[in-house]
Design a protein around this ligand. Sequence first.
Ligand SMILES: Cc1cc2nc3c(=O)[nH]c(=O)nc-3n(C[C@H](O)[C@H](O)[C@H](O)COP(=O)(O)OP(=O)(O)OC[C@H]3O[C@@H](n4cnc5c(N)ncnc54)[C@H](O)[C@@H]3O)c2cc1C
Length: 442
Amino acid sequence: MAKIAIIGAGFGGMSAAWDLQRAGHEVTIFEAADYVGGLASGFKRPGWEWSVEKFYHHWFASDKHMLGLIKELGWEDKVLFPRPLTVMYHQGKFYPFDSIIKAILFPGLGFGINKVRFGLVGLFLRLTNNWKALERYTVDEWMRKWAGKKVYELMWEPLVVGKFGERHYQQVNMAWMWARLKARTTRLGTFEGGFQNFADMFAGRLREMGVKIRLQTPVTLIEREAGSGRIAVQGETSESFERVLVTLSPEAMSRLVPSLPEEYLHGLRSMKSMGAVVMILSLKHQLSEEGYYWYNLPKSAGYPFLALVEHTNYVSPEHFGGDHIVYMGDYLEPEHEFFNLSQEQLLERFLPTLTRFNPEFKLDWVNKTWLFRTAYAQPVPLVNHSKNIPDIQTPIEGIYFASMSQVYPWDRGTNFAVEIGRRAAGMIMGGLSNEKQVMRKE
Ligand SMILES: Cc1cc2nc3c(=O)[nH]c(=O)nc-3n(C[C@H](O)[C@H](O)[C@H](O)COP(=O)(O)OP(=O)(O)OC[C@H]3O[C@@H](n4cnc5c(N)ncnc54)[C@H](O)[C@@H]3O)c2cc1C
């Protein structure tokens, strides 16, 4: 039995704790915030039965790691999979775009060769498994060549520009696009009560098993203790462990463990990522009368955000005391001005656009607003990314690292946080049993 520290009580950290504690180890999770769930956490207003995720969240029907974990926990009956409506913008109007038929009917590409190229490229990407061949190219060069300039500029370029910004969009590799098309489904899943309810139930189960979850306990330094071979986890106090797993961003990892060899630190520091800015509105009335859930918005059409998501066209407003919940969100570089503007300043920019979704919208529809920002929201996979991913087992014996930035070729998400957290737990346990065998032989 080993004493193991996990830094971060997001889904990665909690999933690792689930496997390690069940295997008989003594696990302590250190969490800086006063809640569990990390980026997938949510909040509740008085009168709401369900929480709302700070950053819009749902699962895909293909999220087997998350759905498998929920099954192990015995909570499958709490997973809901509605089929909400997603729409695409074209010349001032929105068109449903969440099935092959709808894509065929989408007027943006006309009904000639461009539609055929769009369909063939989509089919190829759904069928191929050879993402390694694709990661050698950028989305920009591959799509221009195979889908053609018109199809790319109309259908795919707005997506990569929106997600990775002007600075990075031409550098993102084609395996990222492959993974999106391969793994995504039109049925979208959530947990009864919201993701925060799931995170709280999961933390509750871990505590029952003996996992210590220390909230409001930020870790500031991790280093090997001279002599003892143990690892000191330091914050306001210091405690030593045999193994430590860090589930934070690469940048945070490089600050927490400055004694890592320069080459590994350099690898961490060269990982690129985008931040996210999300405004949430509670409205008195439904915004999209057509019942649309997800609006994909091209920046070129003058919207100040990438997506408008009406949560209560997916989950019933009855769970929120009749409030209608709308997200306005974007992925932005952490230096973007939206990280410095006040909530009022951002509302001044965002609210006038709501009449483009419903001409009846009035400012007095707004009950309350919330603003959430994070500098680490979406890793940017560059060409040949697989060669640059930092190893989970760091060069310092006993210190492990499992983050969103190592999730690949799949796009990050709670499903892959579960996968990488459990993979790291497996590596820790493998290392411990090898050590035991060596000691027995000696
Ligand atoms: C805008 C947006 C939309 C998303 N949409 C979806 C979606 O629809 N579906 C989906 O599945 N996923 C989605 N994701 C991704 C998903 O949230 C992440 O992949 C997942 O939550 C990552 O989990 P994690 O455990 O790796 O990291 P995190 O959730 O980031 O957990 C890390 C934890 O470490 C804590 N921490 C930080 N510093 C310290 C410190 N010094 N000491 C101790 N603790 C510390 C943090 O407070 C945090 O709780 C979205 C993310 C964003 C930003």
